[in-house]
Design a protein around this ligand. Structure first.
Ligand code: 9MR
Length: 358
């Protein structure tokens, strides 16, 4: 008898192992989806472009992910494939395969591609960090990278986050290798070089924390207004908007409206609305949380939709569904920050986005 129980136990363990595929999320969300109305999609319902940061491996391997990207969105940002380390891993080596895959996927499916990102304090590969040379040599390094990349994607990538996250939390320029080697002009140089390489590309300064309050925001606004005043070719400001369900509406509105007051195009460039900013390990997603998330997405979209039309570059979420959000991996916590759930079904947040333009 004991033997049979052992056998049954072995079968149960083995089959549950099979059923639990490698891709299964660690923190599956309960089913809080909304009914799918096939006649509605985000891209058809919204009066401005709507996109997401996408990951090539998931486009290749996760059919529901790819389907949602194709069906719902009309603008794509590479989550990682166009960053410095990925494109330029050694001084004389550029690797285009992954970024080209994404650009080709976008072309086939009629999606706009926004380039992310040319110069970012976080991303230089070790060869660049260890590069030895005087200011003129560093200038050549910067120019070579920016122009080779922009030129490669000329006519295929309509816009770039030229410089990413150059402002520190206290509103001053963030210390980084580019500042150390080239001084504050590394920022204006990056825009000028990008513009030389592709005069038709729209050039953005992208950062997070506009909604935290005036300290960082004023630093960012001063930077972009100074660039404008100097005649530097800058066309847009990206508000990353990695935010959370309990961020005040006033702060979100201040972020969007002060950006719009620069007169530049405004891209909500990396939005997600975290539901577990306090890292509660046993939090579960509930109808109550879903409703709060819906309201926050709706407010954000409503506020964005009220800025002048010609300044609405679009809204991009950072990732597509809850199971591929960078937040879970980065903070190792349950969270459900996106408009699609773990299985790429529409959540209440999706309805919030639609309601924001009604
Ligand atoms: O989501 C991205 C993650 O996969 C990368 O490991 C990380 C470092 O390159 O960058 C993440 O994306 C960041 C974006 O490029 C800039 N703003 C913050 C995003 C989340 O960290």
């Amino acid at each position: 008898m004991k033997k049979y129980w052992l056998l049954i136990w072995a079968v149960v363990v083995a089959t549950s192992g099979c059923l639990k595929g490698q891709d299964d999320p660690v923190f599956p969300s309960p089913d809080l989806t909304i009914p799918e109305d096939e006649s509605i999609t985000l891209q058809s319902a919204l009066p401005f472009p709507i996109g997401a940061a996408v990951n090539n491996n998931l486009i290749r391997t996760r059919a529901p992910y790819r389907d949602v990207v194709i069906k719902e969105l009309n603008s794509l940002t590479a989550e990682n494939a166009m960053k410095f380390s990925q494109l330029h891993p050694a001084e004389n080596t550029y690797t285009w395969t992954e970024a080209d895959f994404l650009v080709e996927f976008a072309r086939q499916n009629n999606k706009r591609v926004h380039g992310h990102t040319l110069i970012w304090y976080k991303n230089p590969p070790s060869w660049a960090l260890n590069y030895q040379g005087d200011a003129a040599a560093w200038d050549r390094l910067l120019k070579n990278h920016v122009q080779t990349v922009v030129n490669h994607f000329k006519g295929k990538v309509v816009s770039w986050d030229v410089v990413n996250e150059a402002i520190a939390e206290n509103g001053t320029l963030r210390d980084c290798i580019w500042l150390q080697k080239l001084g504050p002009e590394y920022i204006s140089k990056s825009f000028i070089y990008a513009h030389e390489a592709d005069p038709n590309a729209l050039l953005f300064y992208n950062d997070y924390g506009h909604e935290y309050g005036p300290t960082k925001r004023n630093g960012i606004l001063k930077l972009v207004n100074d660039l404008k005043a100097q005649g530097v070719p800058i066309h847009g400001i990206g508000l990353q908007m990695h935010t959370r369900y309990n961020m005040s509406n006033n702060n979100i509105a201040d972020a969007i409206n002060t950006a719009a007051a620069t007169g530049l195009k405004v891209h909500i460039a990396e939005v997600e609305i975290s539901m577990n900013p306090d890292n509660i390990q046993d939090l579960t997603y509930s109808a109550g949380l879903a409703a709060q998330q819906k309201a926050k997405y709706e407010f954000l979209v409503r506020t964005y939709n009220a800025i002048p039309k010609n300044q609405q570059f679009g809204i991009t979420t950072w990732n597509v569904g809850d199971s591929d959000s960078w937040i879970r991996g980065e903070y190792n916590r349950p969270d459900w920050p996106l408009p699609f759930d773990d299985n790429y079904h529409r959540k209440a947040a999706y309805q919030g986005i639609l309601d924001g333009v009604k």
